[in-house]
Write a protein that binds this ligand. Structure first.
Ligand code: ACO
Length: 380
């Protein structure tokens, strides 16, 4: 018999305290360590935001230079790390490859299980810097292309596009991807961040916590939605087909990917910045994907199924056409999300380590009442 009430999905349950981000889902506000997202997007670089999340303050010019130099020094792959990217299967989803690559990084770190502040910081820089290089090398290998070494003069965002495509990105593309990374780096106690905190809270190591988070982010209701949103836009094909497509989907009781949020009941404040970046990078035929997304957004804003439930486009909605226009393969969309969110996970891991208590909620048992055991020969 139930004795306590379970909160399904832990909705509205507070299970941690954080200094990292504040979300007001009714007013549509998001801030990182006190700075409004509208002040940061397009004005602060990803490296600046990582510094803010990890060290509590935006860096000065010299601090930024030093921090960027640390990332640049870690970005180049060692022979063992390159062998790792060259040895895992090229079949399967990009998120499966990323999860395996980060696991492999742990095996190549003699102090993988150290969680003191200095080691957590070292491992944070290592994982953040190496994930893009490893996954780009893996993706190029499955396309039959040689890996591209990072360029120390390029930013974190520009380097990923360079290592992936083998060509230095335009300033517009680099800015768009940098803005993307800034917008998705941190968002409270979302499912993957919670997974990271649970793992580190049990005194697993930092690599394990990041691997747990990567696995969780792959979920279709979470980070996996950016790929699914793009597949939806590709299916729709033309803006004129959006209305009938959404109508059919609602009639079948299916979910439209890239809309809806547990916390935001109004427009997600990140959406407008992502849309602006899609607009900036889209040219010619590629403008179609923005037009389709715009039209789907218009249908959602007027359709009673969505308006009654306060469902609006979420962060994945315009991320999809943005990443597509930047030339990422579909199964690297959620990987791109992870490349940024890893910094947010790391910030939460550091917070959890600084004041750890095992995270261990309870389940409300509603199985059979106590009953007698019968040995196998008496069970018939
Ligand atoms: N399409 C259609 N209907 C939806 C959608 C959607 N995307 N999202 C919610 N609903 C409906 C549900 O069917 C339900 O209807 P009902 O009351 O008639 O049963 C109602 O809205 C409430 O749904 P819940 O699942 O209880 O809402 P929850 O807060 O758990 O949903 C979630 C949040 C999981 C994100 C949901 O909106 C969803 O599945 N969206 C699509 C996937 C997606 O885009 N995920 C990315 C989220 S952002 C991120 O994680 C980075």
């Amino acid at each position: 018999m139930a004795t306590e009430t379970a909160s399904r999905g832990l909705e509205n349950v507070v299970v941690a305290s954080t200094r990292l981000s504040a979300i007001d889902g009714t007013a549509g506000r998001l801030s990182y360590v006190g700075y409004d997202i509208h002040d940061l997007a397009e004005r602060a670089s990803f490296e600046e935001i990582v510094h803010l999340l990890w060290y509590g303050e935006l860096p000065g010019a010299r601090q930024l230079q030093e921090f960027s130099a640390r990332l640049a020094a870690e970005r180049a792959l060692t022979a063992d790390e390159l062998a790792l990217a060259n040895s895992i299967p090229t079949s399967g989803h990009g998120m499966d490859a990323l999860r395996t690559l980060v696991s492999g990084l742990a095996q190549l770190d003699a102090r993988a299980d150290a969680t003191d502040p200095a080691d957590a910081d070292r491992i944070g820089v290592r994982i953040l810097a190496k994930m893009p290089a490893l996954i780009a090398a893996w993706d190029r290998r499955r396309r039959g292309a040689a890996p591209v070494a990072p360029d120390p003069r390029l930013s974190h965002a520009a380097n990923f596009l360079y290592m992936l495509h083998g060509q230095r990105p335009s300033a517009t593309a680099a800015q768009a991807f940098d803005t993307y990374l800034v917008l998705v780096v941190e968002h409270g106690l979302n499912a993957s961040t919670f997974a990271a905190r649970v793992a580190i809270g049990a005194q697993a190591d930092v690599y394990c916590a990041i691997v747990a988070a990567i696995g969780t982010l792959k979920g279709l209701l979470h980070g996996g939605a950016n790929q699914k949103a793009m597949e939806t836009f590709l299916d729709i094909g033309e803006p004129e087909r959006a209305g009938a497509y959404v109508e059919g989907l609602v009639a079948r009781g299916e979910r439209l990917m890239g809309v809806g949020h547990r916390i935001y009941k109004v427009e997600d404040p990140r959406v407008r910045h992502l849309r602006r970046q899609v607009q900036a990078v889209a040219a010619g035929a590629e403008a179609r994907w923005q037009a389709i997304a715009d039209e789907v957004g218009r249908v959602v804003a007027e359709h009673p199924h969505f308006t009654r439930r306060q469902i609006n486009p979420n962060v994945e909605f315009y991320s999809a056409p943005l990443l597509y226009t930047l030339g990422l393969p579909l199964d690297l969309f959620t990987v791109a999300f992870a490349l940024s969110r890893a910094a947010g996970w790391m910030a939460h891991i550091r917070e959890q380590l600084a004041d750890n208590r095992l995270i261990r909620p309870k389940a409300d048992y509603h199985g059979p009442a106590p009953r007698g055991f019968a040995p196998i020969e008496e069970r018939g």
